[in-house]
Design a protein. Structure first.
Length: 302
């Protein structure tokens, strides 16, 4: 299949690489030259713009930071037309970014008016899942589009869910990430309490993993440096899922809650913690670096 891939960051690069490896003809675009070069080395072709990448494609996949980037790509920005107005063909459009359900629905409606099928298809599973091709795709949009997308999503993911109509993928993803933000900050808090009281963080982690405190953040993404080999915490919180992106997702949860009069006190607390952490200069570190908010000089000397 001829597939255009827009956005080759921490997630997009390994996802596009898996499409290349599966034998698809992948044409890529990113604003960062080094990201494009890396994909070329994997066997993808480069395009000079998102429009050039998407022209002639059967499927367009986008993996961009936030709603403004997705709206810009599809609806246009600064007098530049978006893909919906500029493309001559009608490829299937799959946006895997995490954005607000409102943005997803408005792009989806504009796409439908012009004869395109647009799916919101945010993912869960992190960079590890993106590399291994084991992501979970949570898809919003019509069932026909979902069936059409399945062979492409199958290459990048292991679990595919059709969440419901347009925007539903984003609603489910935002609920999931709000819970993840709560679990990560709670895990960091529990580890810091134990260490302050003489526990070895690795021993405490093992105990909680086998007990009722076990959760994804603790079990596979331990935030304390050195406890888990290969974790972001064990490589100075470089790469991974950035604090700024978690703060964005918790902001999306907050907006969703406001709009639907839902109460999210735990999500609000997590949002404040990640916003504070970001404001202190950690926005570009992996989100598990929230651990450092709880650590003191004495902990570092232990
Ligand atoms: P990232 O910041 O690493 O990558 C985004 C890429 O998009 C960058 O390479 C950037 O140059 C590119 N970009 C921005 N604007 C562009 C444009 N107009 N045209 C072309 N390229 C453009 O982000 P990421 O970690 O890959 O995350 C992407 C999305 O996936 C986000 O919405 C994030 O919330 C979500 N997500 C991330 C993870 C994770 O673990 N990192 C997990 C699940 C979901």
């Amino acid at each position: 299949m001829h597939i255009a891939f827009i956005g080759l960051g921490n997630m997009g690069a390994p996802m596009a690489t898996n499409l290349v490896k599966a034998g698809h003809q992948v044409v890529v675009f990113d604003l960062v030259e080094a990201a494009v070069k890396a994909l070329e080395a994997e066997g993808a072709s480069r395009a000079a713009s998102a429009l050039d990448a998407a022209e002639g494609a059967e499927v367009v996949v986008s993996m961009l930071p936030a709603g403004a980037h997705v709206r810009g790509l599809y609806l246009g920005r600064d007098d530049q037309p978006g893909l919906l107005d500029a493309l001559s063909g009608r490829p299937l459009l799959i946006d895997a970014s995490t954005i607000s359900p409102e943005d997803a629905r408005s792009v989806g409606a504009a796409a439908a008016e012009r004869g395109f099928c647009y799916l919101d298809a945010p993912v869960s599973g992190g960079i590890g899942g993106a590399k291994a091709g084991t992501l979970t795709f949570i898809v919003g949009g019509d069932a026909e589009g979902y069936d059409q997308a399945r062979p492409v999503l199958d290459v990048m993911g292991k679990n595919l869910f059709h969440a419901g109509p347009s925007g539903s993928g984003q609603v489910a993803k935002i609920c999931n990430n709000m819970l993840l933000g709560i679990l990560m900050s709670g895990t960091a808090e529990a580890l810091a309490l134990g260490v302050k009281n003489g526990m070895d963080p690795a021993v405490l982690s093992e105990i909680m993993k086998q007990s009722s405190g076990g959760n994804w953040a603790l079990n596979v993404y331990n935030p304390w440096p050195g406890v888990m080999e290969g974790s972001a915490a064990s490589r100075d919180y470089q790469g991974g899922f950035l604090t700024d992106l978690m703060a964005k997702d918790l902001g999306l949860a907050w907006e969703l809650a406001l709009g639907s009069k839902a109460a999210v006190p735990m999500g609000s607390e997590a949002r404040n913690l990640f916003a504070l952490h970001s404001a202190q200069g950690s926005g570009g570190l992996d989100f598990s670096s929230i651990q450092s908010l709880y650590r003191s000089v004495e902990d570092d000397q232990r």
